[in-house]
Design a protein. Sequence first.
Length: 191
Amino acid sequence: MALRHAVLAALLDGEYSGYQLTKIFEVGVSNFWYAAPQQLYAELAKLESDGLVAGREVVQRERPNKRVFTVTEAGMNELAAYAAAPAKPLLIRDDLIVKVHAVDVLDPASLIDQLRRRAEEAEAKLALFEKMLVRLRGDMDEESFLRRGERVGPYLTCLGGCRLEREMRDWCLQTAETLSERAARAGEEPS
């Protein structure tokens, strides 16, 4: 997947500025695609020059003017073609997992701390995603929203993000506990 497709998908809900798009990526899209703010601004410029998004200037009285973007018909066609293409398998590149893989020749104390911190980060992201689920479905219960909700895509991706963060949290805690127990049996006392 190219960043362009993630940006097009994020713009489906309305007209957003680059700043608003970075906030959307921080909260709602971060569970499946990371992009730095400068990458998003550069991608918006490319999408606009390719005719996939339309930008317009919004004049503001007490703030600097801003540009807001919407998906064009060509952008919708690009997104539809992308959606019809076979999906690539999930690729994971995680330095913490590499460290766990090599733990047998490393001092586990630092790694145990890193695992616990990652579990805390996963717990915090999980809490954000759970709040987002409530906001997305409004006053509907989940089952009703999944059957009749207006925009189910963001909700489903947020559910996926919850599962990934829950699994990461649980794996980190279990791995930290396993390494702590092994270190204790070996006579080490990791902090």
